[in-house]
Ligand binder design. Sequence first.
Ligand code: G16
Length: 547
Amino acid sequence: MVVKTVPTSPFADQRPGTSGLRKRTTVFQQPHYLENFVQAVLDEAALQPGQTLVLGGDGRFHNREAIHTIVRMAAANGITHVVVGRGGLLSTPAASHLIRRGVNGQPAAGGIILSASHNPGGADGDFGIKYNTGNGGPAPEAFTNRLAERAGSLTAYRVAELPAFDLDVLGTHTLGSLTLEVVDPVVAYAQLMEQLFDFGAIRALLTRGFTLRFDAMHAITGPYAVEILERRLGAPAGTVINAVPLPDFGGGHPDPNLTYAHELVEELFGEQAPDFGAASDGDGDRNMILGRRFFVTPSDSLAVLAANATLVPGYREGLAGVARSMPTSAAVDVVAERLGIPCFETPTGWKFFGNLLDAGRITLCGEESFGTGSNHVREKDGLWAVLFWLNIVAARGESVEQIVRGHWAEYGRNFYTRYDYEAVPSDAANAVMAGLRAQLDSLPGRTLAGRVVSQADDFAYTDPVDGAVSRQQGIRLLFQDGARIVFRLSGTGTEGATIRVYIESRETNVERLGLDTASALADLVDAALTVSALREHTGRSEPTVIT
Ligand code: G16
């Protein structure tokens, strides 16, 4: 096997964000750009001969070329065993499962996942790459910090000349000292789902005429959803729409929210609406849940799953604890308190749940950004959330809307919305955050939107398991009545900055539980925009997306 050492110049922008390195595809197509970062990952991961690396991506434009390059670099760096999904495809949760489960009972040492998640794909879209460690979860911050330093100082990378190999042929390929195993991307994941959920009850629900629609948005979950929902659970053919993964996601934006999943939303809010609708994102880890003419906020979804977990076989024994990211509404906190279990508040980013899951301190976790998951893998999991909901619907014999309204009646309601201002010039976004930071000391005690600010801070988190500290994770304005306004800059965008404003109020008055979210939160939205001077700093009068 011939190994070439290729001189390279370091790239200053190879610092992973909330979830790996995400850039324009054209940035990744620059000579040596991908290779430079992959070399840093392989150096930092330091796999030993005999250890297994899992490799796969969401199938977006450039996925296949990148997989070929990474296989050749893995071989050149002494890795002897790579497991890759057929066609170079693996959803993010399936990759996490494969790392944990490994092959032949031997867990993998880590995995490389190619995805820019919900960001558009294609030659003009985005591309991304991240490393997951042996627990199946995104590498922790300490790792990604070291990685960024290494990528920023590399002067050469190694790549092997290998015989041609075909990613579409299942089985073992021997390539010099490397064994490349091409596996079916769906089977192991589908088996895991069958272990967790009552497929019999869901099948019976569908047989009784319960109708559902799943929008795979031409992204990775198509084959998974067809196999699980249509083949294993018996939903009619065509239940899964936009089921064929395409390199540019059919020109769409594979983000399962009310704005981008509009085809599904129109059907679920139309005359002939099915009973249940769901969508997932580019790499299959996000989910949106809809009932007939009813939207479930991700924060409420997490709370409902926690409250009903013991109806599901995989969680029948109850939950050790729950966690949510700081900007996620406190709806799940109320459930945790009622159940007498701990509830952790972490910074945004799935990597922060890893230690809590590994230590057995939580079973379920979730985020406002359409992500829910559990200890079954170390990523959020879109289809898992859909199956969890279907299992609950089957067990309770109620509609999605009845379940959520019943939940509000029992636990109170956390009205919740998020305003995103995308592609804002970085200077303007930084000015918004700096302006807020400058007011932190003077805000407590002030009245905004008729409510008294009880605390204002820049969220910092100390990991309860390893003591690692993460600072500057978002500006919080906490109100005496439980309302909150949070400001942060996204760590996943690729153009300028994205300002996220998260707004929440708590309601227990039964007369007001059914209010429309926009009117319930209107005064807090006004207060948020005023106190941050967001319109003045950015010149934006409207957000790009409201969820
Ligand atoms: C990633 C992270 C999530 C995070 C989301 C949004 O999800 O894994 O934990 O909530 O980004 O992050 P930000 O607000 O910084 O843009 P995904 O689905 O994009 O991989």
